[in-house]
Design a protein around this ligand. Structure first.
Ligand code: NAP
Length: 252
């Protein structure tokens, strides 16, 4: 059974390994190409996108893909939209692997905001020491608030930044809560800006902020279109196995 896996997440990497080890599946991984050196995958890998929903549809038809698994990041709303659109226009079955969001716990001091622009507003006018741990793509929004002192962490260096007070750390998770607490203390962080990524790999900073009483400005998740969905790689394998079985019964 031919599978196209839209990846870029820890769960997609795990699912790629499970698919590679299962002879029922002939799977290909697709990455946006956001990181310079992505972890090696056992699956053949495409990098750089399809050229919109129409390009993805053309790929699915041309390669006779039986199942499309959208295991992209919860904030990769455009890719998810394209996956739903393309799968609706052909016979390819679609499964979304959607990581549950983090829930606020007692002691958390979260302020939920709609997007990066609102996060900038929420920081206020007084200069603060801010930890921006939210990926490279939205950092430039914070140029509007140059009075703050920013600590930025991303997988690859974000390049030249327009803010005058900025330190950059390049690192890839998982991040341990104790090390995250040490980092917040070392940089005397007064507020953390984060996406609600869910999962355990980047939860350390949220736990550390709770333990230290540091407020968190949490960017809301984008609204995603409905799709048949599971929350983890094992459940995705079970769904794919059931689809494989159904195709075999129909003699496809
Ligand atoms: P996006 O805005 O949903 O997608 C933009 C375009 O990137 C898509 O239209 C598609 O290009 C391409 N693309 C995205 N994921 C792809 C995949 N798995 N395979 C092939 N092409 C893919 O997603 P984004 O720009 O990557 O990121 C949006 C948000 O998600 C950001 O907040 C980012 O920090 C977060 N995020 C993304 C990743 C990741 O690996 N992508 C990881 C962590 C966090 P075409 O239209 O040309 O097909």
């Amino acid at each position: 059974m031919k599978v196209l896996l839209l990846g870029g997440t820890t769960e997609a990497a795990v699912l790629a390994r499970l698919l590679a080890a299962d002879p029922r599946f002939d799977a290909t991984l697709s990455l946006a190409g956001r990181t310079k050196s992505p972890a090696a995958s056992p699956l053949p890998t495409l990098v750089g996108g399809f050229g919109g929903a129409k390009g993805l549809l053309a790929y699915l038809l041309e390669n006779k893909v039986d199942a499309l698994v959208d295991a992209t990041h919860p904030y990769a709303a455009q890719m998810t939209m394209h996956a739903v659109e393309a799968a609706t226009d052909c016979d390819t079955a679609l499964l979304a692997l959607r990581r549950p969001a983090w829930e606020q716990q007692p002691g958390d001091r979260w302020q939920q905001v709609a997007d990066a622009e609102s996060a900038v507003e929420a920081l206020g006018t007084d200069p603060k020491r801010v930890f921006l741990s939210m990926g490279r793509l939205e950092i430039h929004s914070f140029a509007r608030a140059p009075q703050h002192d920013y600590l930025i962490r991303s997988v690859d260096h974000p390049g030249d930044l327009p803010m005058p007070y900025v330190s950059v750390i390049t690192a890839k998770g998982p991040f341990d809560p104790a090390a995250e607490a040490a980092l917040l203390k070392q940089h005397r962080i007064e507020v953390l800006v984060s996406k609600n990524s869910g999962g355990s790999a980047t939860y350390g900073k949220i736990q550390a902020a709770r333990d230290l009483g540091v407020p968190v400005i949490m960017l809301a998740r984008p609204t995603l279109p409905w799709a048949d969905s599971v929350t983890g790689p094992e459940a995705a394998m079970a769904w794919l196995a059931a689809h494989h079985e159904a195709l075999a019964q129909r003699g496809v």
